[in-house]
Design a binder for this molecule. Structure first.
Ligand SMILES: [Zn+2]
Length: 95
């Protein structure tokens, strides 16, 4: 017989779900969607590039990047960051 469990969903990204409450506290503290962390997902510089722009950067067709650094997240070594110097608060965003 299956058992029912309690799980915890991140209030910021609303995607991450964990069984561990303490694990979720840890996740929320560093979640890229937590505005306190000044990370890409709450930043107005985060952008979905159109295909032409991406082709000039990486040659592939992936779609997200940063308008501040003018880079694609598909580039080697360019990743989501916390406390980014280019961070500006974004309007409420639907992911
Ligand atoms: Zn999260």
């Amino acid at each position: 017989m299956m058992k029912v469990v309690t799980a915890y969903r991140c209030e910021h990204c609303e995607k991450k779900i964990l069984i561990s409450k303490s694990g979720m506290y840890k996740h929320e503290a560093k979640c890229f969607a937590n505005p306190v962390m000044k990370a890409c997902r709450t930043c107005s510089n985060y952008t979905i590039f159109d295909r032409e722009v991406i082709n000039t950067i990486t040659g592939d067709q992936m779609h997200d990047g940063c308008n501040y650094f003018k880079k694609s997240f598909q580039e080697e070594g360019f990743k989501f960051k916390h406390f980014c110097k280019g961070w500006k608060p974004a309007e409420e965003r639907n992911w």
